[in-house]
Design a protein around this ligand. Structure first.
Ligand SMILES: Cc1cc2nc3c(=O)[nH]c(=O)nc-3n(C[C@H](O)[C@H](O)[C@H](O)COP(=O)(O)OP(=O)(O)OC[C@H]3O[C@@H](n4cnc5c(N)ncnc54)[C@H](O)[C@@H]3O)c2cc1C
Length: 216
């Protein structure tokens, strides 16, 4: 059992980021993650300047610049490839000190976050481990974890538990929190296309989605 003040449930971008920030303040924490490696499928492709500023705070500004490129904006295209949302962005640094739109590959960013986190002795990352419950214990909490391979169950005390376990959050259910589903429309396949990082004018990101029925 890791001796940690804070248990971070979920080792996605949010969990890895908050664990690094805690470590920078000298707070010990244990990150519990179901998988051993970052989820390999593409998801996020865009971060704004404020998010890059957080990466800068983690010490990753140069590393992120190497795996990303500024973008001149975004166009959302409908099923007939007609733009229905157009967002223009300046590629030079904005108020946050970074370009306002930055294109990247989420698995590459997650690998960076993990590698960076390994520099901090305050943090233990326990992969292949699933949180199955969180119970209050006075002013603190007890987190129940299960080893995904052996099935062994342990109970970890924690002064605080951070639910960074994504959309289907176990922590949210465990603490009785409520999710307002805003009915995000497309149940559509997503496909990213990788282009060589050649020099040249910054490009705009294009995302083809069908419009929500109410917006047609
Ligand atoms: C197609 C698509 C496009 C997107 N585009 C963008 C974009 O352009 N820009 C943007 O900012 N965002 C975008 N997003 C959203 C972005 O991918 C998510 O916001 C981001 O991954 C959320 O990070 P997270 O760390 O909160 O959660 P997640 O990435 O979901 O990570 C949660 C982690 O918790 C782990 N976990 C879950 N339950 C447990 C448990 N009980 N025990 C242990 N571990 C557990 C999971 O294995 C996972 O690794 C997109 C998403 C999709 C699907």
């Amino acid at each position: 059992m890791p001796r940690a003040s804070v248990v971070v449930v979920g080792g996605g971008p949010v969990g890895m980021t908050v664990a690094t920030l805690l470590a920078q303040y000298g707070v010990s924490c244990a990150v519990v993650e179901r998988h051993h490696r970052p989820y390999p499928m593409p998801r996020a492709v865009h971060l704004d300047g404020a998010a890059v500023r957080v990466l800068q705070q983690l010490g990753l500004a140069a590393e992120f610049a190497a795996i990303s490129r500024p973008a001149a904006g975004l166009r959302l295209l409908d099923a007939r490839l007609r733009p229905f949302v157009v967002v223009d962005r300046d590629v030079s640094p904005g108020p946050q000190g970074h370009p306002e739109a930055n294109l990247f590959d989420q698995p590459e960013l997650e690998a960076l976050l993990r590698a960076n986190l390994s520099r901090y002795l305050e943090v233990t990352v326990r992969g292949g481990t699933v949180v199955t419950g969180v119970e209050p214990d006075g002013d603190a909490a007890v987190v129940t974890v299960r080893d995904a391979t052996t099935g062994a169950v342990e109970q970890w005390p924690a002064q605080a538990v951070l639910g960074c376990d994504g959309a289907e959050s176990t922590v949210r259910s465990a603490i009785g929190a409520h999710l307002d589903d805003l009915g995000f429309f497309p149940d559509a396949p997503a496909r990213d296309q990788r282009r060589p990082r050649q020099a040249g004018p910054p490009r705009r990101a294009h995302r083809a989605v069908d419009r929500p029925p109410r917006a047609r």
